[in-house]
Design a protein around this ligand. Structure first.
Ligand code: SAM
Ligand code: DTB
Ligand code: SF4
Length: 330
């Protein structure tokens, strides 16, 4: 599969005030600059497409204030034990047939515990990899040895989000720290697995916390290969159920700033697309988003239907990366 050069560290560390100024620039100026940078580093006509599957749902001991799967809140999501390898393979085959190039397995775990369930996840990674898909997993915290075992099984990416700025983190999550997140990211990087790390907009954060998040991401060395920008999905029963809805321009600004600060990363317009007008999504793609989640569902909440996304891509003249590669190969 054709890929651009690996991301590099920012030439010099970027500071929070600089990112605050970036986020406050006139919207179209910001988009114009980001679009230019995007075109210098990427093929602006293609989109990387990841499909998610929740392999273990609900009952999570963490208390992330946005999450449908935390055992601390009464939400509409029912608990389901870890799937069998065959069930995951079936979902991965369907994802590939529908045009995804990466398959991401998510578990509602606080951390990975070595044992039969982790061994089963390693089997899932081996199986999905054997289909010719890129593999990604998001399993909570892990240590160096667990990261190396995932790498040896064929894991290409590990998703572990920083979610928000350091100053806002303890208003949203109380069962782990920002430094816990950074330690897992270090173990993933050390094992040679590509890093997928981003955040969520709309957690009640102000401009500074949003700038802090982008700053943390941009100062990771090397920068994350994949940067998911999620808009909060409001889930009934969670503390953030009634958080102030985001304006679409906030999403465009965050995407554009991420593109300027991390020129080589894949920036994913992630959760929240069901509530975004297609023109707003188009502006995000112009501003440098070059990745999406595809398929009817994210982990536990809806995503635009595949036919809706296909129609949007056709209107914009964008190609899914898997289709793109297939047509180049033939
Ligand atoms: N338990 C693991 C963890 O937290 O890393 C993996 C699964 S967790 C659901 C993966 C990510 O999904 C979270 O870090 C968060 O960024 C995102 N997420 C969860 N609920 C969300 C929501 N309601 N809206 C937007 N993003 C959400
Ligand atoms: C990411 O940044 N977003 C995805 C994935 N990584 C794991 C998850 C979005 C979850 C949205 C809420 C849900 O479906 O439960
Ligand atoms: Fe658990 Fe992940 Fe949800 Fe937090 S975001 S409650 S760690 S599943």
């Amino acid at each position: 599969m054709r890929r651009m050069a690996a991301p590099t560290a920012a030439k010099c560390p970027v500071g929070v005030p600089q990112v605050e100024s970036l986020l406050q620039r006139p919207l179209l100026e910001l988009v114009f600059e980001a679009a230019g940078i995007h075109r210098r580093h990427h093929d602006a006509g293609s989109l990387q497409c990841s499909q998610l599957l929740s392999i273990k749902t609900g009952g999570c001991p963490e208390d992330c204030g946005y999450c449908s799967q935390s055992a601390h809140f009464k939400t509409p999501v029912a608990r389901e034990p870890l799937l069998e390898i065959d069930q995951v393979m079936e979902a991965a085959r369907c994802a590939k047939a529908a045009g995804a190039d990466r398959f991401c397995m998510g578990a509602a775990w606080r951390e990975v515990k070595s044992g039969p369930e982790f061994d089963r996840v390693l089997g899932m990674v081996r199986g999905v990899k054997s289909l010719g898909l890129e593999t990604c997993a998001t399993l909570g915290m892990l240590n160096g040895e667990q990261a190396r075992r995932l790498r040896d099984a064929g894991l290409d990416y590990y998703n572990h989000n920083l979610d928000t700025g350091r100053s806002h983190y303890d208003k949203v999550v109380h069962t782990r720290t920002y430094d816990d997140r950074l330690a897992t990211l270090g173990a993933v990087r050390e094992a040679g697995i590509s890093v997928c790390c981003g955040g969520i907009l709309g957690l009640g954060e102000g401009l500074t916390a949003r700038a802090e998040l982008l700053c943390e991401l941009a100062n990771l060395d090397p920068q994350p290969e994949s940067v998911p920008i999620n808009a909060l999905v409001h889930v009934e029963g969670t503390p953030l159920e009634r958080a102030q809805p985001l304006d679409w321009t906030d999403v465009v600004r965050a995407v554009a700033a991420a593109r300027i600060l991390m020129p080589r990363s894949f920036v994913r317009l992630s959760a929240g697309r069901t509530h975004m007008h297609e023109a707003a999504q188009a502006l995000c793609f112009l501003a440098g988003a070059n990745s999406i989640f595809v398929g009817d569902e994210l982990l536990t909440t809806p995503n635009p239907a595949p036919a809706t996304d296909a129609a949007l891509l056709a209107k914009l003249g964008l190609r899914a990366l898997a289709r793109d590669d297939a047509s180049r190969a033939s």
